[in-house]
Design a protein around this ligand. Structure first.
Ligand code: GLN
Length: 285
């Protein structure tokens, strides 16, 4: 090596390593990590391909590239993931927020008549706090509770609430779904674990090896969490309140049947950007 590393050469090197590792979007991922190391916007990097990078930064970058090539999720390497308008801290204790889950936020907000009114929000299985914090960021007088069975996840969610400036309106509770929670909520949201047993075995290494199994595993048919949550929703919702649940691929009919048994009716089934029915809005029948 001649001693001068450039942004362009490092991006090429990482892109090749990622392609060899079977990672899609190799260039995008390379830019994301180099942007993280250099403290610059990833999209600006290709315009500065000839710029020199210090040996220390190049070494830090290569260490992260090696971890990413071994299929560690990029959110664990940078420690953050963008969700809605927020930058959320992410650790291996929480599910990495997915763009699909923004469908839940959008759907819930569209069912709110007056965004400036007081709304009480409950997020079951809050993880990083993604859905709850996105809603609190859009509803300036809302307050909410994020529930999770993982104390480590709740610590991440609390940190995110602070960073998003909504900590004064957010409380976090450890619990087994809503068993110990009283009612009165205007909005109940959840992205529960919904992966079925057969699909669990097919997950990408990033997910299978690095994300919390408890946030993914929905039992044999993937519906265990819905069976636990749905019977409590009528009790949890205030008059006029709405619940919006995330669904896994192909689960709309089964969850609709369970919802009917629990005395609820579907009011909207909204697709994600990939055309998959993803957000299921429900009210008491
Ligand atoms: N959407 C996640 C995945 O496909 C699953 C999240 C969940 O189980 N709620 O990996």
């Amino acid at each position: 090596m001649n001693g001068t590393e450039t942004i362009g050469a490092l991006l090429c090197e990482a892109g090749a390593a990622f392609r060899a590792a079977g990672i899609e979007e190799a260039r995008v991922e390379a830019r994301l990590l180099l942007g993280h190391v250099l403290g610059r916007k990833p999209l600006a990097l290709p315009l500065e391909a000839h710029r020199a990078v210090s040996a220390a930064d190049a070494a830090r970058f290569r260490a992260l590239v090696a971890r990413r090539a071994a299929r560690e999720p990029s959110a664990h390497l940078t420690g953050t993931r963008g969700f809605w308008t927020l930058d959320l801290a992410v650790t291996p204790d929480v599910l990495i927020p997915r763009p699909d889950t923004e469908t839940i936020v959008a759907c819930a907000l569209d069912h709110v008549r007056d965004r400036c009114a007081v709304h009480r929000v409950l997020d079951l299985g809050t993880g990083s706090g993604a859905i709850l914090l996105a809603l609190l960021s859009e509803l300036p007088r809302a307050y909410g509770v994020g529930l999770d069975r993982s104390a480590a996840a709740l610590a991440v969610a609390r940190r995110n609430a602070e960073a998003c400036g909504v900590a004064a309106r957010a409380g976090f509770v450890r619990g087994n779904w809503a068993r110990a929670i009283a009612g009165g909520f205007d909005i109940v949201v959840s992205n529960p674990p919904y992966i079925d047993q057969a699909t669990i075995a097919t997950l990408e290494p990033e997910v299978a090896r690095h994300e919390p199994r408890g946030a993914l595993d929905g039992g044999e048919d993937g519906l265990d969490a819905y069976r636990a949550i749905l019977p409590d929703l009528r009790r949890l919702l205030a008059p006029g309140g709405i619940a919006v649940l995330e669904l896994g691929f192909g689960q709309a009919e089964s969850v609709a049947a369970l919802a009917r048994e629990a005395g609820l009716v579907g009011v909207e089934l909204r697709q994600d950007l990939g055309g998959v029915p993803r957000a299921f809005a429900l009210r008491p029948a």
